[in-house]
Each structure stands twice: as C-alpha cells, then as structure tokens.
Design a protein around this ligand. Structure first.
Ligand code: SF4
Length: 377
C-alpha cells in the first residue's frame, strides 16, 4: 500500500505586495517558464518519492488565483500522471477576492479544484485599506458567494490584531464571516515581521498592531464566538464546520509527507525511516534555471537528525486537536517522552494524556509556545 503524500504548489506572484507580508512573493510579471519548471520538478519528486497515494494538492502563494485555468489543469494532470490520486483528494486553491472570475473559477472546479481559500482578511473597509488590500468588503462578499456556488468547500482568512481593532470591530468581522456560510475560517494574528513595510513604518513610530495582551483578548473572543456558531476549533488558528477540516494542513500537523514545488516551497519526505527536509530555490528565476540545468528546483535537501525530527513532530502536532502519538515520538527520537515536566503540565491543566495521545488542553492553547519550549528544553 503506497504511503500518503500531500503536494504543495507555490505560485509566488501577487498583483501588489501587502505591507505586512513576509512570504516569498514577487510583483506579478509575465513568467511563461514557471509552469514548465514546476512540471519538471514534479517529475523529479516522483522519481525520489516512489509510488504514493496523493491525498491533497494545495495551490498556495503568493496569489494562485492569478494562474490561468490551463496552468492549473497542467499541474493537476501532471500529478495524476505521476502518482495515484485518491478519488476524494482535497484540491485547494488560494484566491484573492479581487480575482473573482466566474468562467475561470468554473474551469478550476472542472479540473478538480474542490476547495477555494479566500484571502478576505476583514469586512471592515478601513481595516482593508490599512492592511493595503486591493479589495473592499462588497467585493469580498461577492467573491464568497461565487465561490460557494462553484466549490463544495470554501475557506476564508481573517486577520485580527490590527491597530485600532477592538471587541466591537472584531465582532463585526466575525458576524459577517459567519453570515456568509463558509465552511472553514483561518485566523491570523497580525505580526510585524522584519523587512516588511509595516516594520519600517513601526520604526518610524506608526503603530500597526495591537499589544500582545490586547491580541490575546481578541483571540479569546474569536474562539468563543466561532465555536458558539458551530465551528470546531481543530487547530490553534483554524476553525471548521464538521467534515471541512483542511486535509492538506492536517498533513503538516500530523508530521506526514509532503512535496513542495515552486519557488521557496518546503517539503518533508520519509524514506527508509529517515526524514528529509527540502527547500526550493527562492527566486523564480533561480528556480526555473535550476530545473533547466539540474532537472529539479531544490536549493537544499537534508536528512533531519532523530531529535530534530521528533522536535518538529511535537511543534506541529501539538497545534492540532489530535495531538501526537507518544509511541511515535519515542520511535522517532529513541527517547522516552513522558517525564516530570510533562506530568506537571498535565497536573496544571495545560496538557492531556489519553492512552497514547498527548495533546494540549483549551487552557494550554493560549500559552502553546511556552508549553512547546518547556517540553523541548
Ligand atoms: S496577497 Fe497574500 S501573499 Fe500576496 S502580498 Fe498580499 S498577503 Fe502576501
């Protein structure tokens, strides 16, 4: 039985760069060679991974909704020609509300995309303009409506913690989001990353995000309200209606295997009981050139040490409801996991042990970084 595999495809172009974004993104330009580079890279990955069962494909970015329907088709059909693809394979494409296009979205759906993830961020126009987004709330609502008529599952991203946001404004966003009837909501706390326009602006004294305490209060409010509206809080930042959890992201949180193609994409593959960590060439130009010369787009491919592998398993696994398997951790690391520190976190109500599963309690979720650090020291 071939092992499961998820595939991440990074499309690095955006129409414009948002002032808070620190992803590997570039202003859109005509890039005709990127698709053929991605197809070449996929063939390389097939020769390396061996036969697998593809359980999810995720077009992320950047802005994959700038891809033509032919581009999306060629990637999906290439994957089908290389691996077995599970009939219920989740195929997600991240989209910018401003790119809504009935014909193109219907073509995506026809080629197999069954989940659209919309970068809505807010329904409050002042916030959208502060965040440098190129859509307004009306366009966001229209794009959700079209997405819901076209795809069986729709997710939206919401950003919280921007300067000036208070409980009332957060409630406005939550109420509008819930009203749309989307099946999945990913929430992102606005963090100011070095090198972004927001970071430069903060250095000049213009505050862009709320304090950590205010942000924690906003987070509590959003969790309470989304759960009360029927969303499962299945991961720190993610909420889903029953049967609409992101299968692709669960691959990351469960420590399973995934291919990463496209500029700057990361991958993790387990072969002969060793875990490999890959990163692709960051710049599209270098990625394309590498696939032409070397037949793949990789910048590096390293074998993780058992302890690094086990640490990653904990860091990712504790984010999700399902937690981690204690036995699996011990197999990977060669060390036992349960010690005084873990038991004291259990006694404090931060961690839960049920049979073989170690997971974080509701109380623990609010201080997850601290708990993870405690366990890993
Ligand atoms: S659209 Fe998304 S990926 Fe592109 S710059 Fe804005 S936040 Fe970054």
């Amino acid at each position: 039985m071939p092992k499961d595999l998820a595939i991440y495809v990074h499309w690095p172009f955006c129409t414009r760069i948002c002032p808070y974004c620190d992803f590997n993104v570039y202003k859109q330009k005509k890039e005709t060679d990127l698709i053929s580079a991605i197809l070449t890279d996929l063939s390389f990955w097939r020769s390396w991974s061996g036969p697998r069962l593809v359980t999810s494909i995720h077009f992320g970015g950047g802005t994959p909704s700038l891809m033509t329907d032919e581009d999306v088709y060629s990637v999906i059909s290439k994957i089908n020609s290389l691996w077995n693809v599970k009939p219920s394979c989740e195929i997600t494409l991240e989209a910018n509300p401003i790119d809504m296009n009935k014909k193109r979205w219907e073509a995506y759906a026809k080629f197999g995309v069954n989940r659209l993830s919309l970068g809505v961020q807010s329904f409050y126009d002042v916030a959208l303009s502060t965040l440098g987004r190129d859509h307004n709330s009306e366009q966001a609502k229209k794009s959700i409506k079209l997405a819901k008529n076209t795809f069986p599952s729709v997710s939206m991203d919401l950003i919280f913690g921007w300067e000036g946001q208070n409980e009332r404004l957060l409630m406005y966003d939550l109420t509008e989001a819930i009203k749309t009837g989307v099946e999945h909501i990913s929430t992102y706390q606005l963090t100011i990353e070095e090198g972004t326009a927001f970071h430069k602006s903060e250095i000049r004294g213009n505050k862009k995000s709320v304090t950590a305490d205010q942000s924690a209060d906003l987070y509590d409010i959003l969790v309470k309200n989304l759960v009360a509206s029927g969303f499962e809080h299945y991961e720190v930042s993610n909420f889903a209606k029953p049967n609409h959890q992101s299968q692709h992201n669960l691959t990351y949180w469960k420590g399973l295997d995934y291919v990463g193609v496209g500029p700057g994409a990361h991958g993790r593959v387990t072969l002969n009981n060793s875990r490999y960590c890959t990163i692709s060439k960051m710049h599209p130009r270098d990625y394309i050139q590498n696939t032409k010369v070397m037949g793949h787009g990789l910048e590096s491919r390293e074998k993780l040490s058992p302890l690094d592998w086990a640490s990653e398993y904990i860091i990712m696994g504790l984010r999700a409801d399902n937690g981690i398997s204690i036995q699996r951790y011990e197999e990977i690391s060669g060390h036992s996991l349960l010690n005084k520190k873990i038991y004291s976190l259990v006694d404090g109500g931060f961690l839960l042990i049920e049979g073989d599963i170690l997971s974080v309690s509701r109380k623990g979720r609010n201080v997850l970084d601290h708990i993870t650090r405690e366990i890993l020291i």
